[in-house]
Design a protein around this ligand. Sequence first.
Ligand SMILES: Cc1cc2nc3c(=O)[nH]c(=O)nc-3n(C[C@H](O)[C@H](O)[C@H](O)COP(=O)(O)OP(=O)(O)OC[C@H]3O[C@@H](n4cnc5c(N)ncnc54)[C@H](O)[C@@H]3O)c2cc1C
Length: 441
Amino acid sequence: MLNIKNNALDIFHKPLIIERLHYFTYFHNYLIINDLTNNPKLGTRNPKLGTRNPKLGTRNLKLMQKNSMTKKIEIAIIGAGIVGLAHALSFARRGHQVRVFERNLQAVGASVRNFGMVWPIGQPAGKLFHRAMLSRQIWLEFAAETGIYANPCGSLLPFYTPEEQAVVEEFYQAKQPSGYQIDLLSPQSTLKQCELVNPKNLRGGLWSETEVIVDPREAIARLPIYLQAKYGVEFHFGKTVTAIQAPYLQVAGEQWQADKILICSGADFETLYPALFQANQLTKCKLQMLRTTAQTAHLNTALYGGLTLTHYNSFADCPSLPQLKQKFETEMPEYSKWGIHVMICQNGSQEWVIGDSHEYGLNPEPFDKTLVNQLILSYLQTFTQLPDFEIAQTWHGVYPKLFGKTDLLLQPEANVHIINGLGGAGMTLSFGLAEENYTIF
Ligand SMILES: Cc1cc2nc3c(=O)[nH]c(=O)nc-3n(C[C@H](O)[C@H](O)[C@H](O)COP(=O)(O)OP(=O)(O)OC[C@H]3O[C@@H](n4cnc5c(N)ncnc54)[C@H](O)[C@@H]3O)c2cc1C
């Protein structure tokens, strides 16, 4: 039975046409479209196609030639996480015909597991800050058109020690002329900015105007619907791309041909061009997160503590940062061990989203650590004064990490592009990167 809440379809001008649409369901009160026609018979792999080409690290597709069943398209995008969706938007709004292939029935990767922080203040001055600001603008445009939650609530770092204060003051002096919309606040102004800040030993605050909070679960569910309705992007959920040899793709037993293929496969380095991923020394990062029940106390901005100064590249060139890092490593070794820094924001359902930790390795442990969550919650208390709250959910996410780089763009074959390695900044950078990539690809 079709039961549509909130007139979710009314906002779109075109009817939904999603390949072999079989049923509708809801995900956080929004319509999700699931293609359940993943015929297992079609999904079996032709053993002849299963051998590997050691050079490219992809499957040997010598047998792949155009045949009467080959379906031709212009742009094929693999992965319906934020990177794939941002590229779908960038190409589709310039008039290209785009199809997105997603292995799962709805995206369940890093793009739905994150904070939803669009976080320009974390990006170094120059190209990356501007990329983040462009993404921010696109997020706000998308939100204005669809009504998804996107709160331009800014961010606030209360600081408590002379070492934190030194880094913040250096950052403020250096970055204010570079376009960052920041302010250095007295303790009184910090508390005025957010009454949930812990006043004890407070020395001041770093305010930034530019951060936006979205709800990733809502946004990543809504983007495909928006892209389909506004730009005719077609989505094939539940379809794994198992092999590529340009211009051909093998998708769940079907053969497709595309003028351009964009691979946005997130932390899956194993399926397509695995040797290339291996050669580029990507690793994976596992992060633990928590979410509270809906709260009556209103968190009017995103808050983060001093540990975060050691995390984002934008603070990396502050001369006092090594002393601060040293202090944390000496006084809080467990936080260094688990890569913990703590941030909190509020989503449209008045839930608080809290995180996170960073554990690196190609085979992330499937089990979460209670200790890590306890450490996160304990540090949260040092810079907040929150009424008692109940944790409703805990989970972890995994993203690809490339040390020393902010993205990985590879071209394994003509007209095939891999876009990966955005690390902990995919929500902040993907829309801007996709705009830049349109002119390059
Ligand atoms: C806990 C956590 C918190 C974070 N917080 C933030 C934040 O606040 N702000 C921020 O900017 N960033 C944040 N990030 C980072 C951000 O979430 C990632 O950078 C981003 O989601 C990566 O997007 P993606 O599209 O590359 O990957 P994914 O979201 O993982 O999407 C990849 C998709 O490709 C599909 N796929 C893979 N292989 C195939 C195939 N062969 N065929 C078909 N489909 C395939 C997968 O099923 C998946 O849906 C956070 C990440 C985590 C884990």
